[in-house]
Ligand binder design. Structure first.
Ligand SMILES: Nc1ncnc2c1ncn2[C@@H]1O[C@H](COP(=O)(O)OP(=O)(O)OP(=O)(O)O)[C@@H](O)[C@H]1O
Ligand SMILES: [Mg+2]
Length: 382
């Protein structure tokens, strides 16, 4: 049932307006009032209403849009402002928060992210506590080896833990050649095969007290088994049960997957909320990514659930980002720059890239990706 809260969308892009309108209407708790690119008219409308929400796309006319947000939040405390942009970097997000926006949503908008924002706002209006930290499981996948899955999974997991301060699990489902422990220089006494053998006895408290935290962060690593034979009997049911425990215990679960199309990998992807499909700019990799997308489609995965992560990106590559989008018929969600020196130095030292050089282009890209994928900015501000 709607609760008499009006929503207004400002954007120069009609597609964005249409998409948000659709999500707002399917959420069903707020009224959709209008979509416009007119600041002055919006100001007049907001004056009229007691409770309203303004979604403002600040991708273009950024300064003007930020000034408008500042004016609205100062004059109309009854209006919640959510900013959106197709250039979601950490500095912009911080600036947006400083001028009073309560949330920031990156464009392209992932439905799940947007609905969470709506749920949070709804929780504030009704006083109902939003179900705390609905866990998000993010699998980093490619059917090709050596493409950067482990690099992405480890660095993303660490940044998520640093930014959100919430409990993040990094799990290595690469039973044969898992190398999360090498990337983070860990020798855990407890590994995933122990979990599989004792699923009936393990609960969240046990996990949080037994798993080792990575340095002084809230990242918990569930390593691959040291011996291959330890993982031979892992059934799909066991993977389901493991994911269920992890879902109850952590705010984010990052899964480093195996490269193939085997049942267990597909089960992990099916149970994930988001699949980051890692690819690089070369034809064999792109063809393989095409195959993955076709398979995911056949498996009935929602297209929103799969996002393309272009790794080792170079501005002056012969094949550019637009070509990649054309080949895959899908937008690129994120680009990680090519930086062999920093990546190798991190791997050789057994640390995440931000420990080697936090200002490097790769470290910043992982940090911004984590910011983009986390929904905790609002919670942090409270
Ligand atoms: N953005 C990047 N820039 C430069 N080098 C990179 C980048 N990402 C990954 N690499 C390099 O690519 C190599 C493979 O990376 P990684 O081990 O993460 O791939 P993978 O997909 O997990 O491989 P596997 O299939 O063996 O599990 C590593 O040497 C890493 O340093
Ligand atoms: Mg790997």
């Amino acid at each position: 049932m709607c609760m008499n809260v009006q929503t207004i969308i400002i954007s120069n892009d009609n597609n964005t307006i249409e998409l948000l309108k659709l999500y707002i209407q399917s959420f069903g708790k707020f009224d959709f009032l209008t979509g416009t690119d007119d600041f002055a008219k919006t100001y007049e409308k907001i004056k009229e209403f007691q409770n309203c929400i303004l979604f403002i796309d600040i991708s273009e006319y950024q300064e003007q849009a930020l000034n408008f947000v500042s004016k609205i939040t100062a004059e109309f405390p009854h209006c919640s402002v959510v900013a959106l942009s197709d250039k979601p970097d950490a500095d912009l997000i911080v600036r947006t928060m400083r001028v009073g926006a309560r949330d920031f949503v990156p464009i392209p908008v992932i439905k799940e992210n947007f609905v969470r924002v709506l749920e949070n706002i709804y929780g504030d209006f009704t006083g109902e506590k939003v179900k705390k930290s609905k866990c998000r499981i993010i699998s980093v996948y490619s059917n090709k080896g050596g493409i950067g899955k482990t690099s992405v999974a480890t660095n993303l997991a660490l940044e998520l833990a640093k930014i959100t301060k919430e409990n993040v699990a990094l799990i290595d489902l690469n039973f044969q050649t898992g190398d999360v422990t090498t990337f983070l220089d860990l020798k855990p006494s407890f590994n995933i095969s122990y979990m599989f053998q004792n699923l009936d006895k393990i609960n969240g408290e046990f996990l949080l007290s037994t798993l080792e935290k990575y340095k002084d962060t809230s990242l918990y690593v569930l390593a691959d088994p040291p011996y291959f034979k330890q993982s031979e009997n892992v059934s799909l049911k066991k993977i389901e049960a493991l994911f269920e425990i992890l879902r109850k215990t952590f705010s984010y679960v990052i899964v480093d997957t195996t490269g193939g199309f085997d049942d267990r990998a597909m089960k992990a992807l099916e149970l994930s909320d988001l699949i980051l499909l890692v690819t690089v700019v070369n034809l064999p990799a792109l063809r393989n990514s095409q195959r993955c997308l076709e398979l995911f489609d056949k498996l009935g995965f929602e297209s929103d659930k799969i996002q393309i992560l272009l790794n080792r990106y170079m501005e002056n590559d012969e094949i550019n980002a637009k070509d990649v989008e054309d080949v895959l018929s899908k937008n690129i969600y994120w680009k990680i720059p090519n930086n062999y020196f920093t990546m190798m130095s991190a791997i050789n030292k057994g640390v995440p890239v931000s420990f080697v050089n936090p200002d490097s282009n790769v470290a910043l890209s992982f940090k911004n990706l984590a910011i983009t994928l986390s929904d905790s900015l609002y919670r942090q501000r409270k």
